[in-house]
Design a protein around this ligand. Structure first.
Ligand code: AMP
Length: 213
């Protein structure tokens, strides 16, 4: 099963993607996580990506497409994968379709986790992330067991630079301009499904499972 998660930054698509990956035993591929791992390891890609990420802008397609195309060609993706945060532009979607076409495959579902902008801004200011292992929390809806400390690895939790209110508004503008057109792109392909992302996390997940079967 090959799934794309769509939705504004902070809509909860990452949380849902992880659960889908667990339930269907397929890899969770998050371009944001890949960039953050590169930043942490001080790679050239990380240095370039950080300049854009800190401003709430998208990392250019030429730095993004090849790394996803390589990743989905790996052995563990043979039975499918769930893409989280990719594609984010029409050229990225076209690059993905082209790569899959070359493998004689196509995407099965694009799931839009729909949340209005006002709720997003509220949510993102409560988000906390572990920069060591990538786990994410929310001070109200998914609190860590011990405040400010990652359950998974014990590191300190932080408000990511790109989750700060001034950056969030910029990311929402970028989302509406560059990513929202993908909704029509996948509607035209007949694979778009929408879920109400304002519902509690468990309910959103069961709605997704109903769709995926
Ligand atoms: P995320 O964790 O998915 O919210 O991504 C965090 C940041 O990484 C985004 O705001 C972008 O700057 C960058 N990023 C992640 N995925 C992509 C992508 N597919 N295309 C361009 N930039 C991306």
């Amino acid at each position: 099963m090959k799934i794309i998660m769509l939705g504004a930054p902070g809509a909860g698509k990452g949380t849902q993607a992880k659960q889908i990956a667990g339930k269907y035993s397929i890899p969770h591929i998050s371009t944001g996580d890949i960039f953050r791992a590169n930043i942490k390891n001080g790679t050239e890609l990380g240095k370039k990506a950080k300049e854009y990420m800190d401003k709430g802008l998208l990392v250019p397609d030429e730095l993004t497409c090849d790394l996803v195309v390589d990743r989905i060609g790996q052995d563990d993706c043979k039975n499918g994968f769930v893409l989280d945060g990719f594609p984010r532009t029409i050229p990225q979607a076209e690059a993905l379709d082209k790569a899959l076409d070359g493998l004689g495959e196509k995407m099965d579902y694009a799931i839009d986790v729909d949340v209005p902008d006002e709720s997003i801004v509220k949510r993102m200011s409560g988000r906390r992330a572990c920069l060591d292992c990538g786990a994410t929390y929310h001070i109200v809806s998914i609190p860590p067991k011990q405040e400010g400390i990652c359950d998974a690895c014990g590191s300190k939790l932080v408000l990511r630079d790109d989750d700060k209110p001034e950056t969030v508004q910029k990311r929402l503008d970028v989302y509406h301009e560059q990513t929202q057109p993908l909704i029509d792109y996948y509607k035209n392909q007949g694979i778009l499904k929408s879920v109400d992302g304002t519902k509690p996390m468990e309910e959103v997940f069961s709605n997704i499972v109903e769709i995926l079967g």
